[in-house]
Design a protein around this ligand. Structure first.
Ligand code: ADP
Length: 452
């Protein structure tokens, strides 16, 4: 087992990884930018190293500084968390070349799945259904248009290197397509340094359903059930839950089998997620694989009792998975992402000093956060300040528990999304489990108009 793990991240996920290491008896190293000096992860770690100024490209994204920090502190492994360098194949390679274990899949696995067009080819080869679309990237707008006409409008143009809800454009007809195609390509080039795009059918009312995967170096690959992440704003998740209200045991078996088959196709090692779209007619399609721990991983942890971060660490150290088949799913779990944003001002970020911080509690409530009273949310990074996860014996109980927890979560000094999330939880259609990825887009104005 590792002696010392450097956590190449910040915020709640850095704390989460530090906790897992502690439980495993592993020492930890925190890295931080000048803006994160007062962050909790710095205080919780055994060692800490400042890696540069506030902007991420000068600190959290600087590979040589992270490697140097690991070498100076004697860390023998690096956990990347999510975001930043978590899906950067070059980082994984550099760790290995420096004799430091990268807690995650191999650089090759990251590359294969990080290129969405390549990932689609890989899935097709093992018979996993993909959303109908171009077999690979296309660069000629006329060729792409013919394809789009063939599969029928609307279509979505996606950056092969895209991620985080960025680099996607929907085109509703041929005219729209030519304009969007050029824009998508130039956006992809400036955002990801790779202008390759592909085209796929845009489903009208799909659900986003993803399967949690774990694989080890001994050939075991299992899934740990699904998460329904259909509550999104601008393709970014706000609420996740499991089981999906749309799930049946038969569908879970079919989707779960496809997810495991997809992961096995690349001999996947570590924690990963197969994201799929479930169409209204019950067909499902592979969308992408995320080769890292996800923001919403606690949903699966509460539902199954498996500590996914500890499994990641064990697997990276060469140990076999501690669970060898899909565990029993216990009750119902919902997660709300609480952001320092103002919903009434277009979800504009609301950084600043937190004056009052009174977290919710009680049975079945988990709060993953790096925030506290007196903490200043810096303006440089994403606006996630807490993840509130609740479990109930059934969906009804989980919904009530979540509503109560959101209402009793008092944060003053900055504006947060707790009030907005409480209204979504109370929305009749959400309560019925009747929603898709466009739900929030349709209902947003109505929800915002409701009195507090
Ligand atoms: P990213 O890598 O940026 O997260 P994804 O490919 O995972 O992008 O897509 C993010 C979201 O965009 C999905 O959850 C879904 O809401 C929407 N989306 C993506 N592809 C399609 C599609 N073909 N049809 C309808 N919605 C889609």
């Amino acid at each position: 087992m590792f002696k010392k793990v450097l956590v190449a991240n910040r915020g709640e996920i850095a704390l989460r990884v530090i906790r897992a290491c502690r439980e495993l008896g592993i020492q930890t190293v925190a890295v931080y930018s000048e803006a994160d000096r007062e962050s909790l992860h710095v205080r919780f770690a055994d060692d800490d190293v400042c890696i540069g100024p506030a902007p991420a490209r000068e600190s959290y994204l600087r590979i040589p500084r992270l490697i140097a920090a690991a070498e100076i502190t004697g860390a023998d492994a690096i956990h990347p968390g999510y975001g930043f360098l978590a899906e950067n194949a070059e980082f994984a390679e550099t760790c290995v070349a420096s004799n430091i274990t990268f807690i995650g899949p191999t650089a090759h696995q990251i590359r294969t799945m990080g290129d969405k067009a390549e990932a689609r080819r890989t899935m097709t080869n093992v018979g996993v259904p993909i959303v109908p679309g171009t077999p690979g990237p296309v660069d000629d707008p006329e060729v792409a248009l013919e394809f789009a006409k063939g599969i029928g409008f609307p279509v979505i143009i996606k950056a092969a290197a895209g991620g985080g809800g960025k680099g996607m454009r929907v085109a509703k007809d041929a005219e729209d397509f030519i304009r969007s195609f050029g824009l998508a390509r130039s956006e992809a080039l400036s955002a990801f340094g790779n202008g390759e795009v592909y085209v796929e059918k845009y489903l009208a009312k799909p659900r986003h359903i993803e399967f949690q995967i774990l694989g080890d170096q001994h050939g075991n690959v299992i899934h740990l059930g699904e998460r329904d992440c259909s509550i999104q704003r601008r393709h970014q998740k706000l609420i996740e839950e499991a089981p999906s209200p749309a799930m049946t045991p038969e569908l879970r078996a079919a989707m779960g089998d496809a997810a495991v088959k997809g992961a096995k196709a690349i001999d996947y090692v570590g924690a990963g997620t197969i994201e799929m779209l479930l169409d209204e007619d019950g067909s499902f399609y592979f969308m992408e694989m995320n080769t890292r721990i996800q923001v919403e991983h606690p949903v699966t942890e509460m539902l199954t009792g498996v500590d996914l971060v500890k499994e990641q660490i064990r697997v990276a150290a060469g140990e076999p998975l501690s669970v060898t088949s899909t565990p029993a799913l216990r009750g119902h779990v919902i997660e709300c992402r609480i952001n320092a944003e103002d919903p009434r001002r277009g979800f504009q970020p609301s950084p600043g000093r937190i004056e009052v911080f009174h977290p919710p509690g009680g049975p079945g409530v988990r709060l993953d956060t790096h925030a506290y009273a007196g903490y200043t949310v810096p303006p440089y990074y994403d606006s996630l300040i807490a993840k509130l996860i609740v479990q109930g014996n059934n969906r009804e109980e989980a919904l009530r528990r979540m509503h109560m927890a959101l209402e009793s979560f008092i944060i003053e000094g900055i504006t947060t999304t707790t009030g907005f999330l409480a209204k979504v939880i109370e929305h009749p259609q959400f309560r019925e489990g009747n929603f898709d990825t466009k739900f929030l887009e349709r209902e947003l104005q109505g929800i915002l108009k409701e009195p507090n």
